[in-house]
Design a protein around this ligand. Structure first.
Ligand SMILES: [Zn+2]
Length: 240
């Protein structure tokens, strides 16, 4: 049924379309990822101003017709995140966060927790750009896995339940594995394991840090979990 949809949304991507239009990929709390067209947005007198750019958090009215593509009829700014655009590392962190959300979820797969996680990450990078570290980017991805229902099993062996002698991580098994179940896993140090546990358990602003080898293991654990459970391959978080 055609009608209007009022929703919050975060702009993940904004693509030029035709002479003056833009196609937006948005993440919304109730609908998940949606695609919408904003007509005339690239004209100087557009009523949308510069609001339909990546990282904007908006109150939106979207017209829903018969097509899968919604039409933006109104957009008000909740948060523009101007400071993160002035810091190269924060900008890169925000871009990677939006890209991860866009790639991990298809249209029509809503997770309200993902929306709030992304809103928190953008607000953090805007208020305190110094948080744009490799550890922060990994903590964001871990929390994304949790919000999507793919959190790795970290408390005991994901294969047999053994609580000690955890020596590896297996994306196929879905978490840490013990010495008896380590086939197909890669070595996970105590520090790497501790980082995964702390990054999942703490707020983003209090994400732990760790030495580069532990962060490297954590990154591999996240990438393998995504590949096995979401069938998505993300690019790395960079060497920050
Ligand atoms: Zn085991």
């Amino acid at each position: 049924m055609p009608g209007s949809l009022k929703t919050q949304g975060i702009v993940l991507r904004s693509l030029r379309y035709g002479e003056a239009d833009r196609i937006l990929h948005l993440y919304t709390p109730d609908r998940g990822r949606v695609s919408a067209i904003a007509k005339g947005v690239r004209k100087t007198k557009s009523r949308f101003g510069g609001r339909l750019e990546p990282f904007f958090r908006l109150n939106l009215v979207l017209y829903e017709g018969r097509s899968e593509l919604l039409t933006v009829t109104s957009a008000e700014t909740i948060a523009a995140h101007p400071r993160l655009r002035e810091d190269a590392r924060a900008l890169d962190g925000a871009a990677r966060a939006c890209e991860a959300v866009a790639r991990v979820f298809d249209d029509g797969d809503p997770h309200a927790g993902v929306y709030h996680l992304l809103a928190n990450q953008l607000a953090l990078l805007d208020h305190e750009p110094q948080h744009a570290t490799r550890a922060n980017a990994l903590a964001f991805r871990l929390k994304l896995l949790l919000a999507a229902g793919f959190a790795p099993h970290l408390a005991s062996c994901a294969s047999c339940g053994e609580p000690e002698h955890l020596v590896g991580f297996s994306g196929a098994a879905g978490g840490v594995v013990c010495g008896a179940c380590e086939a197909g896993s890669f070595a996970l140090s105590q520090e790497g394991h501790d980082f995964l546990v702390a990054a999942l358990g703490r707020p983003l602003a209090e994400a732990p840090d760790a030495e580069p080898p532990a962060l490297q293991q954590a990154e591999r654990a996240i990438l393998e979990t995504l590949e096995h459970h979401a069938h998505v391959r993300l690019r790395g978080v960079g060497a920050r």
